[in-house]
Ligand binder design. Structure first.
Ligand code: CP
Ligand code: NVA
Length: 303
């Protein structure tokens, strides 16, 4: 296990153990207050509801505490080097969770930190979301092996982490996106290596019919991620054929479930009848952020 969780790649060999622990934690099978006396610093350069609250409550339930640090208020926001911030926070806290604009800044923070750094979303990845999503799939289907998931929409942070985690859990994954919105090439290369090692398949296509064939779980995310706002009108046009509506859901298996990391915009990437319908598990998925992250916190912060 690497010292920090910046990418799904960092837990390549531990992902099943972390998810097993998350299931046990959710079932109440966890020692009392394993992180008593531990403190997590939480740096946010972007908005958050789920990540902020689930990490904060998760630390509290594990017996520790979390400190919310908005980058607007930190000296980092006034130009203090990330390296100095990392060294100083390491003298006070036992772990740092960061939601950052640039993934490279999180790599820099981890490089200079003496305590574990956990990625709470960057422009490149959202590994904690992927863990929660996989916990949700396991709860619903009993196992991951042999299942196929499909992400419909932007080749973004959320889909990048799904591309990496799906083959590690022996699942096939398709990603349907408009031309020009394909996922990061380096991520796809690694995901295909993982797929080769685990005898699974990764499909990247702009053809919804190909992507949704024999799919057990349909994922989407906003068309305009935080930071992409100036492309809003262009994106609304480009993504319109990729809206997850009942017609699109009918291309997946009858018993397929619908997932969305949230926040969602009803009427854009997903219609109300789908996200509020019986195939949707989005609120179980949101709840699972906390259970999955408690397992991560235990792994990284427990003595
Ligand atoms: N899904 C997710 O990360 O939500 P927040 O932006 O509310 O943290
Ligand atoms: N892709 C979205 C995820 C939000 C949780 C974003 O980066 O804004």
């Amino acid at each position: 296990m690497m010292n920090s969780l910046l990418s799904v790649c960092d837990i390549k060999d531990d992902v099943k153990d972390i998810l097993d622990l998350a299931s046990k934690i959710k079932a109440g099978e966890m020692e009392d207050k394993p992180l008593e006396g531990k403190t997590l610093a939480m740096i946010f350069q972007k908005s958050s509801t789920r990540t902020r609250v689930s990490f904060d409550v998760g630390m509290y339930q594990l017996g520790g505490r979390a400190i919310f640090l908005s980058s607007n208020d930190l000296q980092m926001g006034r130009g203090e080097p990330i390296s100095d911030t990392a060294k100083v926070l390491s003298r006070f806290v036992d772990g740092i969770m960061i939601r950052a604009i640039n993934h490279d800044d999180v790599v820099e923070l981890a490089k200079h930190s003496d305590v574990p750094v956990i990625n709470g979303l960057t422009d490149l990845e959202h590994p904690c979301q992927a863990l929660a999503d996989m916990l949700t799939i396991k709860e619903h289907f009993g196992d991951w092996k042999g299942r196929k998931i499909c992400f419909v929409g932007d080749g973004n942070n959320v889909s990048n982490s799904l591309l990496l985690i799906a083959p590690l859990l022996e699942m096939d994954m398709a990603l349907a996106c408009p031309k020009g919105y394909e996922p990061n090439e380096d991520i796809v290369k690694i995901a295909k290596e993982y797929a080769f090692e685990n005898n699974t398949e990764i499909i990247i296509t702009d053809d919804i019919n190909i992507a949704l064939d024999n799919v057990d779980a349909v994922f989407t995310d906003v068309w305009v991620s935080m930071g992409d706002e100036k492309e809003t009108e262009q994106r609304k046009n480009d993504f319109a054929p990729f809206q997850v509506n009942s017609d699109l859901m009918s291309l997946a298996n009858d018993e397929a479930i619908f997932l969305h990391c949230l926040p969602a915009i009803r009427g854009q990437e997903v219609t109300s009848d789908v996200i509020d319908g019986e195939q949707s598990v989005v609120f179980d998925e949101a709840e699972n952020r906390m259970h999955a992250q408690k397992a991560v916190l235990y792994y990284y912060l427990k003595d």
